[in-house]
Design a protein around this ligand. Structure first.
Ligand SMILES: Cc1cc2nc3c(=O)[nH]c(=O)nc-3n(C[C@H](O)[C@H](O)[C@H](O)COP(=O)(O)OP(=O)(O)OC[C@H]3O[C@@H](n4cnc5c(N)ncnc54)[C@H](O)[C@@H]3O)c2cc1C
Length: 350
């Protein structure tokens, strides 16, 4: 008998497995590594001020203090490196924007996220910033493929990982336990991203396609640049540029249109010349209100979901995996804003 069966080992499944093991629970994780799952494509960026309107991320303080504990703790325990704090620079596009941010910077709730405001060019040798720009903190990136591989190796050592595609027809569940093939558990948690399952077919997980470029730069950027696109360090002298946001054309392939869009935006951001060496695509699992989805199935308390990490899996997964683990172990209630039961009307119609 195990305590929890977890389906999927992307950011959601990996963080949840870790949190449950930390609480002394026995887990078994099922996954088949695939290159286009969202977590493998993610640039891994975390940044508390995002979007065209540069708004503060929902729950930024809580999420960022949790992630600054979580990833280094996994690094220390498993003796691997995948967490890279690094300042992020966002050039201003006009004097008006510069003035607005001088105003915002006086507000106490913004101060902790603003490292510095430059009113004249500060990084003109690398980026187009004739109106100056803002250095945002705390930012950085997680090398997500290394994080996933590290957690997977640890799970394998613990006999807690099986490389297998979960076959729903083999699942039986009663009010007290779930049975899958030879395994019995007290609950099963679906961390399956955009993959559809029958049990959760009415959960409103909406795929949002994203494409990224991998570019080669002759010079090392002094920090992460972000305006229109982000340029985040990858392997050796390679950098990830992203991303596109596509809700309509969900073709499972890279596109010429995305390549043109991303390279035009990169030229607008960087003064450095670059060479494109690769292009990738993935599907982000988003929710209609852009909040994660946690909780149990309407018909079964031990069939659970952890999904909807959307565009911010790196910052959301550490906090909400702990939140879900606390609920599973009876230590807390699920926050109403993230409880899957907020969509009850939607998914009980099916
Ligand atoms: C182009 C792009 C760029 C991004 N950049 C960033 C970024 O910079 N910062 C950030 O925070 N977020 C970013 N994201 C978003 C981030 O990738 C997601 O929020 C996060 O990875 C979602 O994780 P997940 O575990 O929910 O889903 P997934 O990563 O999709 O993982 C689901 C896992 O479940 C497995 N699975 C599904 N069904 C089954 C089954 N039946 N049996 C076994 N296994 C199964 C899949 O194989 C997969 O491994 C980006 C996403 C994209 C596409």
């Amino acid at each position: 008998m195990i305590d929890y069966l977890i389906v999927g080992q992307g950011l959601a499944g990996s963080c949840l497995a870790w949190q449950l093991l930390q609480r002394g629970k026995r887990v078994l994780v099922l996954d088949v590594p695939g290159n286009n799952r969202s977590s493998m494509i993610a640039a891994g960026l975390f940044n508390p001020i995002t979007g065209k309107l540069m708004t503060r991320t929902w729950m930024a303080e809580t999420l960022f203090s949790t992630l600054f504990d979580f990833y280094p703790q996994v690094e220390r325990t498993l003796n691997e490196k995948f967490f890279f704090p690094m300042p992020l620079y966002r050039p201003f596009l006009s004097v008006q924007e510069q003035n607005e941010w001088m105003g915002h910077s006086a507000q106490p709730e913004n101060q902790k996220f603003i490292d510095r405001i430059h009113t004249t060019s500060a990084y003109g040798d690398q980026a187009h910033d004739s109106f100056g720009g803002i250095v945002i903190k705390p930012c950085g990136f997680v090398d997500v493929p290394v994080f996933l591989q590290t957690v997977r190796s640890f799970l394998v050592q613990q006999n807690a990982f099986i490389e297998e595609w979960f076959d729903e027809t083999q699942l039986r569940h009663s009010p007290t336990e779930v049975t899958y093939k030879q395994w019995k558990a007290s609950a099963i948690i679906f961390c399956t991203g955009t993959s559809k399952t029958n049990l959760w077919k009415a959960a409103p997980v909406k795929p949002l396609k994203g494409e990224t470029l991998t570019i080669k730069l002759d010079q090392k950027p002094k920090l992460i640049y972000n305006r229109g696109v982000y340029v985040v360090p990858g392997k050796e002298n390679l950098y990830k540029v992203g991303a596109t946001y596509e809700t309509q054309n969900l073709s499972e392939s890279i596109t010429e249109a995305a390549k043109l869009e991303l390279s035009a935006r990169t030229r607008k951001l960087l003064t450095l010349s670059f060479e494109i060496v690769d292009q990738n695509w993935g599907l982000r699992p988003t929710s209609p209100d852009r909040r994660p989805m946690l909780g149990h199935h309407p018909d079964s308390k031990n069939v659970v979901i952890f999904n909807g990490l959307g565009t911010k899996g790196v910052s959301l997964a550490p906090y909400f995996s702990a939140h879900l683990a606390n609920w599973l172990t009876g230590a807390a209630e699920i926050m109403p804003t993230v409880n899957i039961n907020r969509f009850k009307a939607l998914y009980s119609k099916s």
